[in-house]
Write a protein that binds this ligand. Structure first.
Ligand code: KG4
Ligand code: ZN
Length: 341
């Protein structure tokens, strides 16, 4: 079965073709970063308009590059939520219209399930059950995964998401959007231990996260060291370093706890922040010490992409699940409420 995947939840138009026999056949990703950069973050209305311009041409391009005739497509998957309402509506409307014209089933996919299943696209894929740390710009979730659609959220952020904390820190350090990769790059030049930031919520039991205090810590440190409106480059790097170490250490502590609580021996990380090399390194070390193994998607499948939506959609479409005639707009959608296969 070949499934066309369409991702338009935020500032990336991602299109991909997944074939259950051959894997990803072709994919395309258009990033709107330049469009939003001048505003320091995503402008929802501009995002929707740009998805309207890009989605159909990219679908055409991917079909051509994959050498796939329309008649070979068995289903269409699109991101239904969570994300920016207008941006989601564009992808949903295009997917469902094509589904009607091509007479194939369509399915609205949960964006975080897309991230969660992305590591299964790898040759060395994790086996169920596993603990998943989903860290994106909008969410920080620890999930006990028994199988596709059998998810138990065992921890989450009570305020900012991990990626959001990276993005806000970047802004405070005068770095462009999106800030995660920029902070990570700057941190490489940081002096270890010049600053030590707190590891939020690690002293009490539980698996929830909180990152907003860390952001305040960054803010006050930046203010203390700014002279005549200037923060010197080395101090900026030292702050980026301290921030990243605090986030990584916090996640290591929570993931170790999650492995111990569930008794599971497989840890999976996914979502934009799973591209962070320090996070991968330290989680890998912790997993090894726990007799567990760490899995993550390749870099291009960490951040938003069409392949993860095509893949997650395929799993459900192949099991006979598909949209009904109603068009749902879902600003909120609980991962735990998804049906099993
Ligand atoms: O999953 P994603 O592409 O979009 C959402 O679903 O939100 O995640 C984007 C987030 C942004 O906050 C970005 O700053 C962060 O992932 N990010 C990183 C890195 N690459 C992307 N954060 C830390 N280190 C990175 N290397
Ligand atoms: Zn995402």
């Amino acid at each position: 079965m070949i499934v066309l995947g369409i991702e338009t939840s935020c500032d990336e138009t991602g299109i991909a073709l997944y074939d259950s026999e051959r894997g990803i056949l072709a994919e395309a990703l258009y990033s709107q970063v330049e469009l939003h950069q001048q505003y320091g973050g995503v402008v929802p209305e501009l995002a929707s308009r740009d998805h309207i311009r890009k989605t159909l041409p990219l679908i055409r391009e991917v079909l051509e590059r994959g050498g796939v005739e329309r008649s070979a497509i068995g289903g269409i998957a699109y991101t239904a939520a969570p994300g920016l309402a207008g941006a989601l509506l564009v992808g949903g409307a295009i997917a469902r219209s094509l589904g009607m014209v091509w007479q194939v089933p369509t399915l609205g996919v949960h964006h975080m399930e897309g991230h969660l299943l992305a590591p299964l696209l790898e040759k060395q894929a994790p086996a169920f059950p596993f603990v998943a740390l989903l860290v994106s710009g909008g969410h920080t979730l620890l999930v006990a995964v028994e199988a596709i659609g059998r998810y138990r959220v065992i921890g989450e952020s009570l305020d900012d998401a991990a990626g959001e904390a990276f993005d806000k820190t970047a802004k405070l350090l005068g770095l462009p959007y999106p800030g995660g990769p920029q902070v990570a790059k700057l941190a490489l030049a940081g002096t270890p231990n010049r600053f030590t930031f707190p590891r939020p919520m690690t002293n009490r039991p539980g698996l929830d996260f909180s990152f907003s205090g860390l952001k305040t810590y960054v803010l006050t440190t930046v203010q203390e060291h700014t002279q005549d409106g200037v923060l010197d480059t080395q101090t900026g790097a030292d702050i980026a370093h301290a921030f990243q170490e605090a986030v990584v250490a916090t996640m290591v502590i929570k993931c170790r706890r999650a492995l111990q609580h569930t008794g599971m021996k497989t840890l999976v990380i996914a979502g934009g922040v799973s591209a962070n090399l320090r996070l991968r390194e330290e989680l890998g070390r912790m997993a090894a010490a726990e007799g567990a193994r760490l899995y993550y998607p390749e870099l291009r499948y960490c951040t938003d992409n069409g392949a993860m939506i095509a893949y997650a959609g395929y799993q459900r479409l192949a099991a006979g699940q598909h949209d009904d005639l109603a068009f749902h707009a879902r600003p909120r959608w609980n991962l735990e409420s998804l049906p099993p296969l």
